[in-house]
Design a protein around this ligand. Structure first.
Ligand code: ADP
Length: 412
């Protein structure tokens, strides 16, 4: 039996088919440009890669195309739709309503609709994906797996912002944190690599992709994280500013007579590394330009690494020590330069980078230790696997095993 995972963004549907019992990934793929006449489906199944150009006007059409391609031929990943036991939906914002993955019910959908005000860019496409998949696969369970759930263990001193308390009560203004599924996965893997119990280790997990976030995972709980009320907070990102002086947008809005919607777009789409370099958000481009002597790109790299270094120090202080630092996602898994600049000089914390191992760790599915063998604090590169968490949560919920004391991830 297989679990289908779906991750519906505003113009994309990412999917995978898993057999969680044996940890097997059958295939993964993506429909891009949903909502246009130029939608493209790409599927990777073993060594075989399929590409189909077919207009998908909305998420329903895109999910229908996914199901058709998954079951379409003799060598398709899934024999027929009956082989799909359940669907796990990546869902961005569960607010403070969901501390765990949960079965999709009419009440859950209503709660997600209510939460859409908090995540207007993310929850509506997630909901569209859930509705589309439920319409096409009405007889099997659907499960929502939230990006925010992992961080629901934060204490008030970590999740409250020092603004009028009424904003928290009235508008839900607090730190929620995101990328939770990824932080959970790599934290469990790091504990396994350390050969220690998950609930005994102190970790800083760094998910650095286009979006970037850090988490302090202490004794099996997220106790702090850098993304906040929205994914705009925290570390510098490809096009998002991360944390800045909150007076800056107010000043520029007044000085340039900018409406709030424009400022929102600038902080989310035109800032971060793109804003700094005025050219690139992709770290590969930034690293190449820096090698070619571009000063702004050199500064951007230094700024990004400095932010990462600062958060490692801050979270080590909050946790009262540190066992490992974990790098994951596109940049964390691939950029030895960012990792090197982040970890250099942290010997005082017990982190001794193995420059050679670091230079060798890039891409692929391999996990790597990039600290010296005698480093008191380890550093790892761990490729993230959010789909696997989604598939395992989904199956465990279907089998009523989730949240029971003996529930354990197969990758832990
Ligand atoms: P998303 O947040 O969109 O899921 P990813 O986790 O895929 O993003 O990460 C995308 C980022 O990873 C891009 O900025 C890209 O430049 C960066 N990246 C991928 N490969 C490399 C590499 N070899 N060196 C540096 N950065 C890389």
């Amino acid at each position: 039996m297989s679990i289908l995972t779906l991750n519906c963004g505003s113009s994309s549907v990412k999917f995978s088919v898993y057999s969680p019992k044996d940890g097997d990934l059958f295939c993964r793929g993506l429909v891009e440009r949903v909502g246009s006449a130029e939608s493209i489906l790409k599927l990777k199944h073993g060594e075989k890669e399929t590409r189909i150009e077919q207009a998908c006007a909305d998420h329903t059409e895109a999910v229908a195309l996914v199901l058709k391609v998954l079951t379409g031929g003799d060598d398709s990943p899934v024999t027929d739709l009956a082989a799909i036991q359940a669907v796990g939906h990546r869902t961005v914002h569960g607010g403070d309503k969901f501390a765990n993955s949960a079965r999709v019910t009419p009440e859950l959908i209503k709660t997600l609709e209510d939460l859409s005000a908090l995540a207007p860019l993310h929850n509506p496409p997630n909901l569209a994906g859930i509705r589309a998949a439920q319409a096409l696969l009405p007889d099997i369970p659907h499960v929502a797996v939230f990006d925010t759930a992992f961080h629901q263990t934060l204490e008030p001193e970590a999740y409250l912002y020092p603004v009028p308390y009424a904003w928290y009560e009235k508008h839900g203004i607090r730190r929620y944190g995101f990328h939770g599924t990824s932080h959970l996965y790599v934290a469990h893997r790091a504990a396994a690599l350390l050969g220690r119990a998950y609930d005994s280790v102190r970790l800083v997990t760094l998910h650095i992709g286009n979006g970037a976030s850090a988490a302090a995972v202490c004794c099996g709980r997220s106790i702090d994280t850098s993304m906040g009320f929205t994914p705009l907070d925290g570390l510098v990102m490809g096009t998002r500013s991360g944390s800045i002086d909150p007076a800056i947008p107010l000043f520029v809005m007044r000085a340039e007579n900018l409406p709030a919607a424009d400022m929102d777009r600038i902080l989310n789409k035109k800032s971060g590394l793109l804003g700094l370099t005025d050219r690139f958000s992709d770290r590969r481009d930034i690293e190449k330009a820096a090698r070619d002597g571009d000063e702004r790109c050199k500064e951007a790299i230094e700024l990004e690494a400095r932010g990462l270094k600062k958060i490692i120090g801050a979270y080590a202080a909050v946790m009262g020590g540190l066992d490992a630092v974990v790098f994951t996602a596109g940049v964390g898994e691939n950029s030895s330069l960012i990792r090197q600049k982040t970890l250099v000089g942290l010997q005082f914390l017990g982190i001794h980078l193995d420059e050679e191992a670091n230079a060798l760790a890039h891409g692929g599915d391999a996990e790597a230790r990039i600290s010296k063998p005698d480093s008191a604090v380890r550093a790892f590169v761990i490729p993230t696997n959010e789909e696997r968490v989604i598939a395992e949560d989904t199956l465990a919920i279907c089998e009523d095993r989730f949240d029971k004391p003996d529930f354990k991830y197969s990758f832990a």
